[in-house]
Ligand binder design. Sequence first.
Ligand code: MSP
Length: 505
Amino acid sequence: MKTYYITTPIYYVNDIPHIGHAYTTLACDVLARFHRLAGYDVKFLTGTDEHGQKVEKSAIAKGMETQAFTDQVSQSFRELNKKMHFSNDDFIRTTEERHKDGAKALWQKLVDAGEIYLGKYEGWYSVRDEAFYAESEIVDGKAPTGAPVEWMEEPSYFFRLSAWQERLLEFYERNPDFIKPESRRNEIISFVRGGLNDLSVSRTTCKWGVSVPNDEKHVMYVWLDALSNYISALGFPDENYKKYWPADVHVVGKDIIRFHAVYWPAFLMAAGIECPKVIMSHGWWTNAGEKISKSVGNVIDPVALVDEFGLDQARWFLMREVIFGNDGDFSKERMKARINTELANKIGNLVQRTLSFVSKLPTSSLLGAVSKEELQIAELYESDMLKCCVSALDKFKKQMAHQDISGYLDGVMQLVDEANMYIDREAPWVLKKTHPEKMAEVLYILLECIRHIALYLQPVMPDSAAQVLRQLNVTERSFESVGMSGAMQVGAVINEPTAIFPRIG
Ligand code: MSP
């Protein structure tokens, strides 16, 4: 069985989750669910990044002991996962022993390879970004991200990043799909071409971290610690980690692409470990045009959003509203509009009018559509409508292999639009009086279309898709059942339909 390993970034536990976190994990959830349905052995990892000064400071500000604080905030991420029906297979915390063991083993490999040396760091550090900045990067006394910086001078271990410039550039050249989208790839390539400095990879002033093997005065730089979660969660250094490694895709926000596309492959190559296949970077959400920030007070709480609009409605909006990779703007108006136009008027309407029409047929022809002995299923599968439903799967697989969630959902919506046009054109309510046999064929085609649409909607709206499949009495739900192999049989009975996507005011 082919494996598919997908990861979210691990989230800082300095504060409770917001829409940006929910968005990253949701995108991974959609990709993970799709690949499970397509028959892959999927490993979907998420978790929390609990070390470093930023987290330590937040605990102090809350007057809590650091471990107790991280326990509490990490738990709120687990709760979000439950609330959003995320299907992660594991949840890693960097304060767990299994993680610390993996991080230390990676460190040791770097030491053994001669890639780490002891020196002294003198320069700027931003706690908010947990990043070091060169003098040339400082703009008006701040980090290029706008974060405050402080001067730091302390003994530090360094990773020989400068020696990896050419090998990184060759790696990008050989693996054109490694950094996505293209615009980010170009940014990273020009950053690396500009030259790389050795990277400080330990701290002595911050104590909240994984201690450096054989030198307890130092803790590992939080990014080296954090990045190693992707292998520690697989049991690294136990060789079994190779069952899922290299990762198929690390999904990350555009703000942390440099850590994943420069530092991470350099660490891995230096340690003699394979690099992940793809770093997929997505954009940022703003709220009604403004950057989301606590100080502005415009943070969007994903839990409140789900409570107000419904889970699948929220999942749908977040995945549909922006092309995956681009920035997006949130507004309740746009969310309502999308729920009404796409979920209520298009998907809901197609399902509701077809199923309620079928269920109102006299019992003798209940499922007139599928109860007639002479219904030739194979022939109906030659119809344009069903051919489109079946052939869509190959296209979707290709799109999702490239993390093109937007293209995939466009394709599903196209099927919905075609099915709605088909029902209007064929008007089964007219055929009922004039050509009942033709009506049965039209309804059969429509029911099968709806079955396919529901199968394809499962990754993004698992609950609503399951509800539709239950109404159809369909139990086979993997993509194996696409096409005739899973076709509803003559005599199949459907359940009383209930509306899935009500309009909202
Ligand atoms: N702890 C690091 C990641 C370590 S991975 C080895 C981190 N954590 S974070 O909690 O600050 O951010 C996690 C993710 O949330 C990032 O991918 C970031 O891009 C994403 N988002 C945070 N705010 C966001 C928006 N407003 N919009 C979309 N995503 C955003 O970075």
